[in-house]
Design a protein around this ligand. Structure first.
Ligand code: FES
Length: 95
């Protein structure tokens, strides 16, 4: 089983089993971990989180809610990001 671990300012705040095909934001919500949500479609950037380790491909290379600088910092969008296996995720927005 692959575990998603969620951190806030580097301190672990919770974890949940990854679910195939389920966005990180939905898995976090089911585990009681609060990540802000807006459009749920990769457009607004409200659900911005940072990938500390693991792999979370975006469905398109640069969704509207991200920019090149954010991608370079390891940022992803939780509403459209589906983890490939275990991941560590910083949920405090990096901005
Ligand atoms: S909720 Fe808008 S980009 Fe994720």
């Amino acid at each position: 089983m692959a575990l998603l671990r969620f951190f806030r300012n580097g301190v672990i705040v919770g974890s949940a089993e990854n679910q195939e095909g389920v966005p990180i934001l939905d898995i976090a919500e089911d585990a009681g971990i609060d990540i802000p949500r807006g459009c749920s479609s990769g457009t607004c950037g409200t659900c911005l989180i940072k990938l500390l380790s693991g792999s979370v491909p975006m469905p398109v290379p640069l969704p509207p809610g991200l920019d090149d600088d954010l991608v370079a910092e390891g940022c992803i969008l939780g509403c459209i990001g589906i983890a490939e296996g275990a991941c560590d995720i910083e949920i405090n927005p990096p901005l």
